[in-house]
Design a protein around this ligand. Structure first.
Ligand code: IVH
Length: 685
């Protein structure tokens, strides 16, 4: 293929990918499957790898720069990024409207644009003209102090709803110049928020308090790789000149133009001509609030005409031509009557505040999470205290602060975290560096129900017919006291359950019998050992497998150092495995399962040597892995870890606050990677 033809092919492919990005990330209406999309991306990557000279900065492959940053440069905004004045009810909004009319003068009619007030952080994006008449994302700045923001361009580039370039045809159609600025809001959708907190929890980190904090923390992460893994969205709401003036004479036109140019503009927007219509929009927004995929905390009302906007001008900190109607906070003040401790499937103990029931944002709240023991300390909470409780979207209510005022006495009773599981009395443990306490007893009744459901799940032991209804009855009647008891259930027992006939009892027994054939990795996954998901279970089985039924024994006896030799098993995971098998009840459970005839055999896997011959140097604090962790894994994959950077170093793995080693790497031209890239290399090995 000639060079020109290749170039054309690459550009066509990019166009196609951008089109599907737009459908997926901006329009929310994908037309192809993830697999088809991945195939396009792979093809593009392969072509670009063959022709690195043809890679352009706005190629869809160039979203993640990969280089961990050492900090963010401070850069002046084209024009101050102001805040908005708030109003809290119709009356205050009427006052604002009255003043606006007075200032506009001449009994002028005022048209408004109503937009959702997205609960994220504001961001300014600078687009500048470049090759082929297109406009390219040059810079992304946080609001900062309003006058100067932080340059987070690398992170913003990973947000898929931010176009890396706007082609000339779209610029023309949108009537946008090639140099312009877009301002808008970066938000984290609830699904991404939940996922992020799940991951943080698995790592023993405190969860982010709300999607706004999560988005703000993510955008200021020093590693674009991490940002790319968390889904953030950008909603555009201002189109400005390079000096920060309005590009359009009507705000409603600006929003349409931004949408035409390929930006994500919130679909819930409306240009209206009367105050009553504004109130109707607000009311509808409030009704919609609980069914959106992201958090909003109000409605922003902007005067549509730029001319009227200029007439009204600004107060010190906010425009007079726009206002934020804040929804009543989904928060309330109530009293903590007690603090109880709940036990989850993995044995995690969560303190929960029992509250005097109070009405918050449409529902009665009588319990709120306190997350962990440290959080109670941080709040300085005593039983009997009055507290502020918040709930947002699908986030569980939480206690955010103790309310201290002179009219109400403080609580008097200090809460002591239990030393033993409140349900079964077993020992509880808190691993070093972790915030959560856990019950070590796999038979703890509170855990048992969830454990049984997990054990029977399709991806685990795949016991069809053992769903919630049956599990609940088995527990209520005391027929099952541990996972192992499933294997001694009789037909007679099953038939005695409600809605279980002779036929389904027979099928269930067959399913249970069949499950004994599952390989060791599934059994390991089924035991519900902390941190042991499907993949780690697989890796453990492969490591300890020797083709004989002794694999389980070898694993149960392995000291932590031996466990850490397994790929992806760091000190924390190794310790969790040790703790599990050191508990006599868990050992007894394994013996019962063995007697029942479960498969404890696994095949040995050839040792990986993917990183053979490669030398790594670690510097700075990695976001998740400890240094020992990273070292063990590199070595397990055949690589070497050295203490100093030289020309012979293949990779420097840099984390936060990386120091002189990073400088040295740059000086010598050694490739610098982040944790995510390291994990990827390890995974493919
Ligand atoms: S207009 C000077 N429009 O709310 C104009 N802001 O409380 C200010 N926000 O800093 C921005 N959604 O971070 C505007 N549709 C929207 C918004 C919005 C959310 C945020 C923005 C701003 C804050 C002001």
């Amino acid at each position: 293929m000639s060079k020109a033809a290749t170039e054309q092919k690459i550009e066509k492919l990019r166009e196609k990918i951008r089109h599907h990005d737009d459908l997926y990330y901006v329009q929310d209406s994908p037309e192809i499957t993830d697999a088809e999309y991945d195939a396009l991306m792979r093809e593009l990557k392969a072509l670009e790898a063959e022709h690195p000279e043809l890679v352009t900065p706005d190629s869809p492959t160039q979203r993640v720069g990969g280089k961990p940053k050492e900090g963010f440069a401070k850069i002046a905004h084209s024009r101050q990024m102001l805040s908005l004045d708030n109003v809290n009810n119709e009356e205050e909004l009427r006052d604002w409207d009255r003043r606006a009319h007075e200032l506009a003068g001449d009994g002028a009619e005022i048209a408004y644009v109503c937009e959702y007030k997205l609960d994220g952080l504001s961001m300014a994006l600078h687009y500048r003209s470049g090759a082929r008449g297109a406009s390219y994302l040059e810079r992304g700045l946080t609001r900062g102090d309003g006058t100067t923001g932080e340059d987070v361009t690398g992170n913003v580039r990973t947000i898929r709803s931010v176009p890396l370039s706007v082609p000339p045809a779209k610029l023309e159609k949108a009537k946008l110049p090639a140099n312009f600025e877009v301002r808008g809001e970066v938000v984290m959708p609830f699904t991404a928020f939940a996922k992020m907190n799940e991951e943080r929890e698995a790592q023993g980190l405190a969860p982010a308090a709300n999607p706004r904090n999560a988005a703000a923390g993510t955008i200021r992460t020093l590693e674009p790789n991490i940002v790319a893994q968390r889904r953030l969205d950008f909603y555009a709401y201002f189109a400005l000149t390079v000096t920060g003036e309005n590009l359009f004479e009507e705000q409603s036109d600006a929003l349409e133009a931004l949408a035409v140019a390929g930006f994500r503009v919130n679909q819930h927007r409306e240009a209206v001509k009367s105050f009553d219509k504004v109130m109707e929009f607000i009311q509808r927004a409030e009704e919609k609030r609980n069914s959106l995929g992201y958090e909003i905390d109000g409605v922003v009302i902007k005067i549509d005409s730029a001319e009227v906007q200029r007439k009204l001008g600004y107060t010190g900190r906010a425009p007079r031509w726009a206002v934020a109607y804040k929804f009543t906070a989904r928060a309330g003040i109530t009293q903590v009557e007690d603090i109880r401790v709940q036990v989850g499937r993995t044995g995690k103990l969560t303190p929960v505040a029992v509250l005097t029931p109070t009405f918050i944002g449409g529902t009665t709240v009588s319990r709120a999470t306190l997350h962990n023991a440290d959080e109670i300390e941080r709040l300085g909470l005593l039983i009997g205290d009055r507290v502020k409780v918040e709930r947002g979207g699908d986030v569980i209510p939480k206690v955010v602060e103790v309310v201290v005022d002179k009219d109400h006495p403080r609580g008097t009773k200090k809460f002591y975290f239990p030393t033993h599981c409140p349900v079964c009395g077993s020992e509880i443990v808190r691993a070093e560096g972790e915030v959560d306490y856990r019950c070590v007893n796999v038979d703890c009744p509170a855990r048992l129900r969830e454990s049984l459901l997990h054990f029977s799940a399709r991806s685990v032991m795949n016991i069809e017919g053992l769903g919630e209804a049956v599990v609940t009855q088995l527990l209520d009647r005391g027929m099952v006291k541990s996972i192992a008891d499933l294997y001694s259930l009789t037909e007679e027992q099953l038939i005695s359950l409600e809605r279980v006939g002779k036929k389904s009892a027979g099928t269930l027994l067959e399913e249970i019998e069949k499950s004994k054939q599952n390989p060791l990795n599934r059994v390991l996954f089924g035991l519900g050992i902390r941190f042991i998901g499907e993949r780690t279970a697989q890796l453990l089985a492969e490591e300890f497998g020797d083709g004989r039924p002794t694999a389980m024994d070898a694993l149960m006896a392995a000291p932590t150092e031996e466990l850490e030799r397994v790929n992806e098993v760091g000190p924390r995971v190794a310790q969790a495995i040790r703790e599990f098998f050191d508990e006599p009840k868990n050992r007894a459970l394994v013996e019962k399962l063995r007697k029942a005839g479960l498969t404890f055999t696994a095949e040995k896997k050839k040792k990986s040597s993917e990183l053979e011959g490669l030398t790594f140097v670690l510097t700075g604090t990695l976001p998740n892995l400890t240094r020992e962790d990273a070292k063990a894994r590199i070595e397990a994959a055949g690589g070497r870890v050295s203490g100093s950077v030289s020309k012979k170093t293949h990779y420097v793995v840099a984390g936060e606050e990386a120091g002189s080693k990073l400088d040295k790497a740059r000086e010598l031209g050694v490739q610098v990677i982040g944790e995510t890239e390291l994990l990827k290399m390890l995974q493919s090995s």
